[in-house]
Ligand binder design. Structure first.
Ligand code: ZN
Length: 73
């Protein structure tokens, strides 16, 4: 199963649903919509951020917000 990295960051275990048409994983809880690669990337970024919590630079959030806007357009 593919666990949602966004929800996992909040200590919630959510299994992502795979959409075969778009080849994307979807989280029913937070609405995350990402390919397997993106899920891995998000997980990596969140793990990295966990270790550098003092770092104010919010690169991940910028990336995700931009990514979301693209999808809605
Ligand atoms: Zn989620």
């Amino acid at each position: 199963m593919t666990e949602c990295p966004e929800c996992a960051a909040k200590d919630i275990v959510v299994e992502m649903k795979f959409d075969a048409n778009t080849k994307h994983f979807i989280c029913k809880k937070c609405g995350l919509f990402a390919t397997r690669e993106q899920v891995s990337d998000i997980r990596y970024r969140l793990n990295k951020r966990e270790k550098t919590r003092e770092d104010k630079h919010d690169e991940y959030r910028d990336w995700w917000t931009t990514s979301k806007k693209d999808k809605q357009g």
